[in-house]
Design a protein around this ligand. Structure first.
Ligand code: FAD
Ligand code: NAP
Length: 581
């Protein structure tokens, strides 16, 4: 990513009008925890808020199922949850309310069980999913169970004393700016918080209060709001077959599918991993794939690899055009049929799993969301201030981290296709150094220019956040160079970048991933040194010819596949179905 942090002619630096003393961190997952550690060690008064009863983020397995999402998905501003605020007539805070919660629905909505299934292991080797100064135990395998990962994260929180200043079972319901003192523009931030606890007689007790901070780190993850595409008939089917249609976040165990015919929508990582997990147990898998690859080259390359990972009892289907209308006489799901975009009509499924990914959603910053087809009601929804529109990404951030209009608000964990733990720790170090005054940010004009260059180079939506190996390495190198160059001016200790070991292991990620799935890397064109083939389709039999692949740069849903279909239909052009089994 050349050009990041490039100095504009006559560019100045951002001036924080008041020193930052107190920081709130939203989320005690692999992003929030190392940031909390570094901020705390730098002397900030840190508070971490986490809705789960423990640290670990997405990695903690809970056998309970989340509540069914809406089909199709709800708008991103309420994608993760609908904020719950104290009643307007509450005379003072804290305010308490106890309510019946016989089926634990209130508590599940408050903190949904994570999208973790029994067989889940990490897909990035453990040496690359390691926090600084906290090595994995000697002899740890490259791929371990989610339980080991969850333990590793929780031990990190204990080791660095982070639980001392973390408020668990506490959800951030709203974040708003407080007016700055006269003549200043740097606001403080007010967090409205809700703690939910078990109460006697199958009840839940909610307590609301507020806390104010100089700065906020949002590290709330982006796998909480399921994305379910708008396909004709999906709502009626989901309503009728509540127990048989799920989103992948509710997938728990392959045994639940024994002897079934399963339709999986999506061939991303969840779709592929779940297909391979259930394959030995099921009669047949139908897996709906994209009609066309889209996005940057390395994204397409990953997706073509994933297409090749179809299990032997699997068959690809093109995208679904509609779920055919129900007559009401059907006794079970297997009697219903879908129509695919190539005109094929297919049925006989006992279960359907939507492995169609997630939306970016920060409901506690609702004034900074502008859902599609809604009118702005807040100045923060202006194009150069809004954070989330279609749910495909988070806009108006410098380097996926600093909110351009007001860099006392920062985000972690948004980038995709990275070795998450280590990558997000470097971003957390950048936040710490900037807020302690050891590293400088460009002024607002410079931040805006850099962001515009990024969108121009990568496109908007999810591709804005897409790293991939080379971009990830370059991003970290640039971050470390920047922090160390600025740090040298104030005598700050040097930050170490990726180690030689990290770089060596990361290079073989593709080969390791294929071996983990029981596949031969050579069959996928992966070279002896672990490098994947250079171009889409290279070394991958039956994949889409790169010449046919259209790169989309639209800003919605990261190269919005829906728009490919619509555009093709509008032009009367045939929709390409490639590599159908
Ligand atoms: C099925 C699955 C498998 C994955 N496998 C890998 C892998 O193998 N390797 C890899 O590198 N990455 C993997 N990932 C990505 C994974 O998300 C990251 O490893 C990592 O968990 C990201 O950390 P995070 O802290 O940014 O987000 P999360 O882990 O999602 O943590 C965010 C935390 O914020 C809390 N939170 C959210 N909203 C609020 C709120 N309003 N108030 C208070 N707390 C809140 C959540 O409860 C959660 O604890 C996987 C993701 C999924 C879904
Ligand atoms: N450790 C592991 O083994 C493991 C297992 C599961 C998940 N994960 C991680 O979890 C995260 C989420 O992965 P995910 O797979 O759930 O989400 P994802 O990466 O967003 O994948 C969603 C998939 O659904 C496809 N899709 C969307 N709408 C569709 C439609 N209408 N018809 C057909 N396909 C459609 C997408 O296609 P396009 O991409 O073409 O838009 C994409 O392939 C990732 O970080 C992943 O690495 C890791």
């Amino acid at each position: 990513m050349p050009g990041l942090l490039r100095q504009e002619p006559e560019q100045g630096y951002h001036i924080f009008e008041r020193p930052i003393e107190s920081v709130a961190v939203v989320g005690a997952g692999p992003s929030g925890l190392p940031a909390a550690r570094h901020l705390h060690e730098a002397g900030f008064r840190v508070r971490v808020f986490e809705r789960q009863p423990y640290a670990g983020g997405t990695w903690t397995f809970e056998p309970d199922l989340p509540l069914q999402p809406k089909y199709p998905s709800v708008p991103p501003s309420i994608g993760d949850f609908v904020p719950s605020l104290p009643p307007e007539n509450a005379e003072h805070l804290p305010f308490e309310k106890v309510q019946k919660d016989e089926n634990s629905e209130e508590r599940k909505e408050f903190s949904p069980p994570n999208p973790v299934y029994q067989s889940l292991t990490n897909n990035v080797p453990t040496p690359c999913m390691e926090f600084k100064d906290f090595p994995w135990p000697e002899g740890t395998e490259w791929h371990v169970s989610h339980t080991d990962i969850s333990k590793y994260i929780q031990s990190y929180a204990v080791h660095f004393g982070l639980n001392e200043f973390t408020s668990y079972r506490t959800r951030v319901e709203n974040i708003s700016q407080l007016d700055p003192p006269p003549g200043q523009s740097q606001p403080r931030w007010r967090l409205t918080l809700r703690r939910v606890e078990d109460a006697p007689a199958d009840s839940a007790k909610s307590t609301w209060w507020t806390e104010d901070f100089d700065a906020v780190v949002v590290a709330s993850g982006h796998y909480g709001a399921p994305f379910i595409p708008k396909i004709e008939g999906v709502e009626a089917w989901a309503e009728r077959w509540k127990d048989d249609i799920i989103h992948s976040r509710a997938y728990r165990s392959a045994e639940d599918y024994t002897g079934k015919t399963v339709l999986i929508v999506g061939t991303g990582t969840s779709g592929v991993d779940i297909a391979r997990d259930i394959s030995p147990h099921v009669t047949k898998i139908y897996q709906v794939r994209r009609n066309q690859l889209h996005g940057p080259d390395h994204y397409q390359r990953q997706r073509s690899f994933q297409l090749k990972m179809l299990p032997a009892n699997g068959e690809h289907l093109p995208e679904i055009k509609r779920f055919l209308p129900l007559s009401g006489a059907e006794k079970d799901l297997s009697e219903c049929r879908v129509e695919c975009t190539d005109g094929r009509v297919v049925g006989g499924f006992d279960k359907i799993i939507f492995a169609t990914g997630y939306q970016y959603s920060v409901p506690f910053l609702s004034d900074y969301h502008l859902d599609p087809n809604t009118l702005p009601h807040s100045p923060h929804q202006a194009p150069d201030r809004v954070l989330v529109t279609s749910g495909a990404g988070v806009s108006n951030l410098l380097r996926d981290v600093f909110y351009i209009p007001q860099p006392t608000l920062a985000f972690l964990g948004l980038s995709i296709n990275t070795a998450t733990f280590s990558f997000f720790e470097f971003q957390g170090l950048a936040i710490t150094r900037v807020w302690q005054g050891w590293a400088r940010l460009p002024d607002e004009r410079g931040r805006r220019k850099e962001y515009e260059r990024l969108v121009e180079a990568k496109g908007g939506g999810r591709f804005m956040h897409l790293m991939g190996h080379e971009n990830e390495v370059a991003y970290v190198r640039e971050t470390v160079d920047w922090l160390n160059a600025d740090g040298a001016r104030v005598g700050a200790p040097l930050i170490e970048g990726h180690s030689e070991r990290w770089l060596e292991v990361k290079k073989s990620l593709f080969a390791a991933l294929l071996k983990k799935a029981g596949l031969d890397p050579k069959e996928f064109g992966v070279k002896d040194d672990g490098e994947p083939p250079a171009r889409v389709g290279d070394g991958v039999d039956g994949m889409i010819d790169p010449g046919e692949v259209k790169v989309q740069k639209d800003v919605e849903r990261g190269g919005k596949p829906e728009s490919i279909e619509h555009a093709a239909a509008a032009n009367g052009a045939p929709v390409t179905v490639a590599a159908a089994a």
